[in-house]
Design a protein around this ligand. Structure first.
Ligand code: 6PG
Length: 479
């Protein structure tokens, strides 16, 4: 036994992670793949890595030092379960199985419980950063037991991205906590991407600028408070020219956005937890809407506004869009962190929100300057109930709100869809409202279903006898 870490599953993410591990001082990496051919290829293409290839799970287990530690990098779902079963057969109590895929956190909770019964540790670890990140330094979000973190922590720290001198990995919490946080990361990623896309669309349709010209605007934005990986790659995508047609690539890509499910999970989970992640939800739905060409084809006949959309002051409009983007982004992150807080309370995880913002500063897809501000906010008040009320964000929202409102109004009048911009603004106005029309909804509920209501002026639960003499009586609280 000479390897301190093993990787199972050698598709792109797995191979890159294995190479990353092998490149760090102190690691010797055992590798296993269902078809041995792939293992051999990786070994021959990367002799510098010193991989220890295994043909069988038994051989793989024998090549690992105890406690054996292996990271699974296979397709989420059935394939993951199959690999876990095989590893459980050859591993021993105290060993550690890590699932580095995008697993749905309830699956991780289930697997952790089942594997724990054998005495083996099971860790669901979210890994973000795509292929490039896996190779050079991802952001890693491991869950699992404290015992597993003792062995796993130093290994993961050795391969994670570094931000402000700190490795982008922390022990998020027990069992499914890591995959839960990775799921919300992806939800925020969806919102961030949709907001950027809406900003691009508004500028393009408002000013008639070309994708290449808009790329320059994004490159400029990337020097300021919006600095982030997603803004940076947006400029790259907009600059790209299609070799075949000579057109901007963005104009020849079919306008249907796909999704592998993590955004939908974030929204489904938020619905169950009762957390309004409206920005993430709109971003997810925007992808769904785009992906129904048959509906879009017939709906094309519906009328838009009569007046043509003209922007008189281009520079002012672009600055409005920038500020609207920033304000909406603050809302999206605030909602995402709210979901993590609620999830932690529901599942009994002790999640340090400040630590999460720190490990997202590097390596992952949503990495951005901005996350330093979130870290500051939680450092100042770890119990912050609404992230966007922290002084720095409140100031940015104050500064941006007039622009934000103008952009949403303009989009509505021009007939340009801006679901993430406008839902974020509605959330902002909803959560800061003195009084909401929820009072009327509660009255309606009481009318048709005797669902009762509370009063603002005295304790207790009440019901108006709507079908009788409409007098009010005290009632049992039925919610
Ligand atoms: C990451 C990405 C990664 C992957 C997602 C994309 O953090 O590295 O989020 O996990 O690219 O699966 O999700 P969709 O395919 O649903 O857009």
């Amino acid at each position: 036994a000479s390897a301190n870490i093993g990787v199972v599953g050698l598709a792109v993410m797995g191979s890159n992670l294995a190479r990353n591990l092998a490149s760090r001082e102190g690691n010797t990496v055992a590798i296993f793949n269902r078809s041995y051919e792939k293992t051999e290829t990786l070994v021959s293409e990367h002799p510098e890595a010193g991989f220890i290839p295994a043909q069988t799970y038994r051989e793989f287990a024998d090549s690992l030092q105890k406690p054996r530690t292996a990271i699974i990098m296979v397709k989420a779902g059935g394939p993951t379960d199959a690999v876990i079963d095989s590893l459980v057969e050859v591993f021993e109590p105290g060993d550690i199985i890590v699932d580095g895929g995008n697993a749905y956190f309830p699956d991780t909770i289930r697997r952790e419980k089942a594997v724990r019964e054998t005495g083996i540790n099971f860790v669901g670890a979210g890994i973000s950063g795509g292929e490039e990140g896996a190779l050079t330094g991802p952001s890693i979000m491991p869950g699992g037991s404290d015992e597993s973190w003792i062995t796993l922590g130093p290994i993961l720290k050795s391969i994670a991205a570094i931000a402000e001198g700190e490795p982008c990995v922390t022990h998020v919490g027990h069992d499914g906590a890591g995959h839960f946080v990775k799921m919300v990361h992806n939800g925020i990623e969806y919102a961030d991407m949709q907001l950027i896309a809406e900003a691009y669309d508004l500028i393009r349709r408002g000013t008639g600028k070309s994708p290449a010209e808009i790329a320059e605007i994004f490159a400029e934005w990337n020097k300021g408070e919006l600095e982030s990986y997603l803004i940076e790659i947006t400029a790259e995508v907009l600059r790209q020219v299609d070799a075949e047609t000579g057109k901007p690539l963005v104009d020849v890509i079919l306008d249907q956005a796909g999704a592998k499910g993590t955004g939908a999970w974030t929204v489904q989970t938020a619905l169950s937890l009762g957390v309004p992640v409206s920005g993430i939800a709109e971003a997810t739905f925007a992808r769904s809407l785009s992906s129904h060409p048959e509906q879009r084809e017939v709906a094309r006949a519906l009328p838009g506004p009569d007046e043509e959309f003209v922007v008189t002051d281009e520079a002012a409009f672009i600055e409005d869009v920038r500020l609207a983007l920033y304000a909406s982004k603050i809302v999206a992150y605030s909602q995402g962190f709210d979901e993590i807080r609620a999830g932690a309370a529901e599942y009994g995880w002790n999640i340090d929100l400040g630590a999460i913002s720190k490990i997202w500063r590097g390596g992952c897809i949503i990495r951005a300057q901005f996350l330093n501000r979130i870290a500051d906010a939680y450092a100042e008040n770890p119990e912050l109930p609404v992230l966007m009320t922290a002084p720095y964000f409140a100031e940015a929202l104050t500064r941006g709100q007039a622009s934000w409102r103008r952009v949403v109004v303009t989009a509505a009048q021009a007939g340009i869809p801006a679901p993430a911009f406008s839902s974020s603004l509605s959330y902002y106005d909803g959560i800061r409202a003195d009084r909401l029309p929820a009072a009327l909804v509660q009255g309606q509920r009481d009318f048709f279903g005797a669902h009762t209501y509370k009063r603002i002026d005295k304790p207790g639960t009440f019901h108006t006898q709507w079908s009788g003499d409409r007098t009010e009586i005290e009632a049992e609280d039925t919610h």
